[in-house]
Design a protein around this ligand. Structure first.
Ligand code: DGT
Ligand code: CA
Ligand code: CA
Length: 364
């Protein structure tokens, strides 16, 4: 197989940086972006914080009240509510710059993507460094965002490399340097290895990737199962053959069905709606997403269309919430319904990724 040239690009302190771009006077202050819960006051969690706030121990996932305590001495600290629409706009613009530079572009989430640029740089890593620097410059000049880029022969190493010199980093790992690069790193650096798996290795007195290489494939398979065991074995050696797969940013997921018979009966339609919700929900979960908007769609017997949607208070991945909202929309839509319905659809939009540390046990 020919040597590939793969980029992983990840925006620095993304939500907080978007806020700084919108209001540059924030740049000198600690900035925390908060997901306030419905309970009011300071209940809720930190989505992310800029690097000034991180110096005080503020990070993603901690309660807002903890963050406020840690930043007590900083009277200039700013706590802002999340504004997903704004971050999506920023993301969309930056993603455009990236995809224009790639042979294959794979959208991962609002703040990261993989690019296969092998052809573009004629397989040359020096050219690749220049291209990466150009992308960084363009995104900085045009969109006022900084990002970190990892360059290597595969997705796994590039992902690790993009995180290696954050923020505003550019890390090149040449094919012949891959193992040397990995060996001193903590086992935890391997994507998919979370706290649980790390603890298992620490109990075996294994801390770095170099230590991890002492385990043979049989021991790993015995401990983690064949699939995960093989993944860990290969990852420790920098082996990853996953191709960069063409994927654009998704704005919605939907499913539509032609009914067994045209109808405007609530019970009958509701059964179908619930089935569609299940199918849509499966795709949403598979893609690690949450949604903030739910919609239903009718194609009526005269083939005219009708749709109705509702914005939720906060993003969710709950199937109950999806079912309840879709049923409520159905009820409302049927209130003055004269025509019967031929096809029925459910969609979710305003998507965002589920965040948080996932462990390898839930990785595959
Ligand atoms: P970094 O380390 O400079 O890449 O910082 P971020 O903030 O870009 O971190 P990253 O790449 O892990 O996550 C991208 C965005 O996802 C981040 O700006 C906010 C959101 N996010 C990350 N972790 C959490 C979390 O635990 N809860 C919530 N609600 N949002 C999160
Ligand atoms: Ca990021
Ligand atoms: Ca990220």
């Amino acid at each position: 197989m020919e040597t590939r040239v793969v980029f992983h690009i990840d925006f620095d302190y993304f939500y907080a940086q978007c806020e700084e771009t919108r209001s540059p006077e924030l740049k000198s202050k600690p900035v925390c972006v908060c997901v306030f819960s419905d309970r009011g006051g300071d209940s809720g969690a930190i989505a992310t914080a800029n690097y000034t706030a991180r110096k005080y121990g503020v990070k993603s996932g901690i309660p807002i009240s903890f963050a406020k305590k840690r930043l007590e001495e900083r009277k200039d600290a700013v706590f802002l509510p999340v504004d997903f629409d704004f971050y999506s706009d920023m993301s969309e613009k930056a993603m455009k710059v990236m995809s224009d530079s790639a042979n294959i572009f794979e959208y991962v989430g609002r703040d990261e993507a993989y690019l296969d640029v092998t052809q573009r740089v004629s397989g040359d890593f020096k050219n690749a460094s220049h291209l990466a620097q150009q992308i960084k410059n363009t995104i900085r000049d045009k969109i006022k965002l900084s990002c970190s880029i990892g360059i290597s022969p595969n997705k796994l190493i590039s992902k690790i490399a993009s995180d290696f010199q954050k923020p505003d980093g550019l890390t090149l790992v040449l094919p012949e340097k891959v193992e040397e690069f990995l060996e001193p790193l903590k086992i935890r650096t391997i994507p998919g290895i979370g706290k649980k798996t790390e603890t298992k290795f620490l109990e075996m007195k294994l801390e770095t990737i170099s230590d991890l290489k002492k385990l043979d494939i049989f021991t790993l398979n015995k401990n983690f199962g064949r699939k995960t065991g093989t993944y860990i074995y290969n990852a420790a050696r920098g082996i990853d053959n996953e191709p960069v797969k063409k994927r654009e940013a998704r704005i919605q997921y939907s499913k539509i069905v032609t009914l067994k018979e045209d109808s405007k009966n609530y019970e009958f339609l509701s059964e179908n709606i619930l089935e569609l919700c299940k199918e849509v929900h499966n795709i949403v979960i598979k893609n690690n997403q949450m949604f903030k908007s739910v919609g239903i769609h009718f194609v009526q017997s005269d083939l005219s269309n009708k749709s109705k949607s509702k914005m939720l208070k906060s993003p969710t991945s709950s199937i109950e919430k999806l079912k309840k909202t879709a049923e409520q929309l159905l009820k409302e839509a049927l209130e003055n319904q004269t025509s019967t319905i031929r096809r029925l659809g459910v969609k979710v939009s305003e998507l965002s990724e589920i965040q948080g540390q996932s462990d390898i046990t839930s990785y595959f």
